[in-house]
Design a binder for this molecule. Structure first.
Ligand code: NAP
Length: 274
């Protein structure tokens, strides 16, 4: 039987590192710790090797088509498919509740547009029972959005990827027009909230698409809790290990029938659009 493959983006620190660790301990297959920086990736791998775990390192910058395409070619040459894919890489500057246009663009590129690049280059390699886990946030719940037209659009059963792109694009245009445009979408940290709402919406659109195609692939998103990592400047309710609990539940334990849901840090399902 073919060796199973699990991949985590942004695996060199924080939540991603703990997800890699948990997968190395419990996943029956190989685990790729991917990182955008080789040195930081190697350091993380060495740390796991010191406790007897054996992740494989590959460089992957989720903002680069070239990097993702190269990684896809490599996986294709080495394996029969991808069984677990964790979209974890993400950025947020906790010190900036209102970002500049360039900052917002960069954030959306890392946290949201990256998912479309991964879809293009890596999803063709998914096995028929693959599990995709999108690390969203409580700031990725629909109620964070203040624009009624988008609240109405994003909950549609026939929502399309193009409509999600229009949502993100309209947000970026609003940011270009100044601070008020930024705040009117989702208040402080609007860019991060828009990125995670868009990620969550994409989760449900992609799940419906897989079901239509008759494939048994699951795509779920998860709020890991408020976790003490570099992103939160060490603030939070949970250790990274505790934060990895729900992502690992989706990767390893959830029934394959769990599809297109928003999972809370305690592994319970919540309504994304309440
Ligand atoms: P973190 O400690 O800042 O780690 C972020 C990881 O993402 C790092 O490994 C970073 O790599 C990587 N990354 C950033 N840009 C990348 C790129 N272009 N390509 C590849 N990797 C990239 O943050 P965290 O708290 O663990 O967050 C992980 C995920 O959980 C994020 O998606 C975040 O939005 C989400 N989340 C976190 C919390 C929380 O309370 N911490 C709550 C809800 C959701 P470098 O080391 O190279 O920078």
């Amino acid at each position: 039987m073919a060796t199973k493959v699990a991949i985590v983006t942004g695996g060199n620190r924080g939540l991603g590192f703990e997800i890699v660790k948990g997968l190395c301990q419990k996943f029956d297959g190989v685990v790729y710790l991917t990182a955008r920086n080789e040195e930081r990736g190697q350091k993380a791998v060495q740390e796991l090797e010191q406790i007897g775990l054996r992740p494989l390192l590959h460089i992957l910058d989720v903002t680069s088509d070239e990097s993702i395409e190269q990684f896809a070619s490599f996986i294709k040459s080495q394996h029969e498919g991808i069984d677990v894919f964790v979209n974890n890489a993400g950025i947020l500057d906790f010190d900036k509740a209102v970002s500049s246009f360039d900052d917002a663009k960069n954030l959306l590129d890392t946290n949201f547009y990256s998912l479309l690049r991964i879809t293009k280059f890596l999803f063709p390699l998914l096995s028929n029972t693959a599990r995709i886990i999108n690390i969203s946030s409580d700031w990725g719940l629909l109620s964070n959005i203040r624009k009624q037209n988008w609240l109405d659009t994003l909950i549609k059963d026939d929502l399309t990827v193009d409509e999600i792109l229009q949502f993100v694009d309209e947000f970026l245009q609003a940011v270009k027009n100044g601070k008020n445009g930024f705040l009117s979408f989702a208040g402080h940290y609007s860019d991060y909230k828009v990125s995670k709402v868009a990620m969550s919406a994409l989760t449900f659109v992609q799940q419906r698409e897989f079901i239509k195609q008759g494939r048994d692939i699951s795509v779920n998103c998860v709020h890991p809790g408020f976790v003490k990592t570099d992103m939160t400047k060490g603030m939070g309710d949970f250790s990274p290990e505790r934060g990895a609990r729900a992502p690992l539940y989706l990767a390893l334990e959830a029934p394959q029938s769990l599809k297109g849901t928003f999972i809370w840090h305690d592994c319970h399902q919540v309504n994304w659009d309440d």
